[in-house]
Design a protein around this ligand. Structure first.
Ligand SMILES: Nc1ncnc2c1ncn2[C@@H]1O[C@H](COP(=O)(O)OP(=O)(O)OP(=O)(O)O)[C@@H](O)[C@H]1O
Ligand SMILES: [Mg+2]
Length: 253
């Protein structure tokens, strides 16, 4: 059974893209066939895997806005067992252009339902807002993964994110489940880190992943070299944590 996981948090810079890249790398390492979908006009996921969001075509823009464009046409092979549907900078206008379309929230899921090659996992990276592009990601998914940076005030906004998510579930996608909340950028020595994780566990209970992603410069350096952190620094704490997360995700369900 193919699992479609959307990674979302309207707060910027919490590790959404880093999680998609390295969870994909970890799942591929475990032998799974993975596709990643870049729905962010910034194209950070696209860049991280070696494509240029200013020139790459077709892109997820075409999936969302050209009725004739298929998911298969947009997919490119990024690594062994990892395909990417890249983002193009044209996506900046997509939220606005989708606004007047009757099927504005279901363009992505419609594209995924066309005949195409099968995957074990499809991971969707979303921009830091809850606009129509992110809604397309939430409508297409069976599962939601929320990265939360383990710092002071990090939990602010997660409740309102979940309120919006449950509204989307009620109206647009009753299949959507919360896969888990992922503590990211954890600095073990920082005084607030423990209390931030404790607060996540109090609120989300067993929905907090056992895998905890540490703060590690290797995570920030790898994208500049167009590498995943698992490639750039395979024995780093952050690569180890993402491989652990891949096992946890693959064993869930
Ligand atoms: N565990 C980590 N340790 C150190 N730096 C990290 C870690 N995870 C991500 N980063 C860095 O922090 C920055 C933000 O991460 P990332 O781009 O994954 O967040 P995002 O939630 O996708 O951001 P946006 O909301 O802008 O899309 C990036 O420069 C990234 O390389
Ligand atoms: Mg991002």
């Amino acid at each position: 059974m193919e699992r479609i996981i959307t990674v979302a948090n309207q707060k910027g810079g919490v590790g959404k893209t880093t999680t998609v890249v390295n969870l994909a790398a970890g799942l591929a390492r475990l032998g799974h066939r993975v596709a990643v979908i870049d729905l962010d006009s910034q194209g950070a996921l696209t860049i991280s895997l070696g494509f240029d969001p200013y020139t790459v075509r077709p892109s997820t823009y075409n999936i969302l806005l050209d009725q004739g464009s298929t998911f298969s046409e947009v997919l490119r092979e990024a690594r062994q067992r990892i395909h990417i549907a890249p983002a193009n900078a044209e996506l900046i206008a997509a939220d606005y252009k989708l606004y007047n379309e009757a099927d504005r929230t279901s363009r992505l899921i419609e594209a995924l339902q066309h005949p195409r090659q099968p995957f074990d996992f499809i991971l969707i990276d979303t921009p830091p807002n809850l606009g129509l592009i992110t809604v397309n990601g939430l409508v297409a998914a069976g599962e939601l993964l929320i990265p939360v940076a383990a710092n002071y005030l990090s939990m602010r906004g997660v409740r309102s994110l979940l309120d919006s998510v449950w509204l989307i579930r009620e109206r647009l996608n009753p299949r959507l489940k919360l896969l888990g909340v992922l503590p990211t950028m954890v600095q073990p020595k920082a005084p607030h880190a423990k209390s931030a994780i404790y607060e996540m566990q109090t609120v989300f209970k067993q929905k907090v992943f056992h895998s905890i992603i540490p703060y590690d410069h290797a995570a920030a350096t790898a994208p500049a070299l167009r590498q995943t952190t698992l490639e750039y620094a395979p024995s780093s704490a952050v690569a180890t944590a993402y491989l652990h997360l891949a096992k946890e995700v693959s064993n869930a369900n």
